[in-house]
Design a protein around this ligand. Structure first.
Ligand SMILES: CC(C)(COP(=O)(O)OP(=O)(O)OC[C@H]1O[C@@H](n2cnc3c(N)ncnc32)[C@H](O)[C@@H]1OP(=O)(O)O)[C@@H](O)C(=O)NCCC(=O)NCCS
Length: 180
């Protein structure tokens, strides 16, 4: 997950976050941070990963034994309970694996998890300049708040997108076909 995180951040936030911050990201550090979160399982925190095996690899490339993490989603009970009950904290699919339905399938896995936790709704924070907010709109997310935050010493606008009830996210991600 560390490698996927660093690759996804560098591609998603180039031109949005400072270059020095992005080049300074460490896959080892990020992997350790995700591992701590998964092990602690606080507030219903969970992660789901999309793993590509040998058969999925593009011709000429090889995947490591056990497969390669090409996408993941994390979330659990909301960090700001006044805004929602459930929260999707991170969602990433590696560049070469996008537009095959993996993002939608990962969101569905998280929606089912939040539903099982009895969260009545689900929220995600996304940077307003991040094109992935169109993905969230595509699957029915509704913008409910905007605010300025500091990331890596820079003021950026983020927006909250909500699915209420959480079943609306399950419905919007239903019938996902297998990624090709
Ligand atoms: C956002 C992201 C997870 C989407 O993953 P994906 O696997 O490409 O998404 P899917 O293939 O499941 O797409 C589902 C639908 O959304 C659409 N979609 C995906 N990305 C889109 C975008 N950037 N803009 C508009 N529509 C988009 C797809 O065309 C598809 O439409 P369909 O209903 O006609 O099939 C991926 O682009 C990503 O990792 N982005 C960078 C990381 C990031 O910014 N994460 C969010 C941090 S909060």
């Amino acid at each position: 997950m560390g490698l996927a995180h660093v690759a996804a951040w560098r591609s998603a936030y180039a031109g949005i976050l400072p270059e020095t911050y992005l080049t300074g990201l460490s896959a080892v550090r990020e992997a350790a941070s995700y591992q701590r979160g998964i092990a602690a399982r606080q507030n219903g925190h969970a992660a789901f990963v999309a793993i590509a095996g040998e058969a999925d690899a593009p011709e000429g490339s090889r995947t490591p034994p056990g497969g390669l993490v090409v996408g993941f989603v994390t979330g659990g009970r909301a960090r700001r309970p006044e805004m929602s009950e459930g929260e999707v904290e991170t969602l990433y699919v590696l560049d070469d694996w996008r537009e095959r339905g993996l993002g939608r399938r990962l969101m569905r896995a998280m929606a089912a998890h939040l539903h099982a936790l009895h969260c009545r709704n689900a929220l995600v924070w996304v940077l307003a300049d991040n094109p992935s907010r169109w993905f969230y709109e595509r699957i029915g997310g509704r913008t409910v708040a905007r605010e300025e935050i500091q990331v890596a010493g820079q003021q950026v606008m983020q927006q909250a997108m909500l699915w209420d009830p959480v079943e609306s996210l399950l419905a919007a991600t239903a019938g996902t076909s297998s990624p090709g």
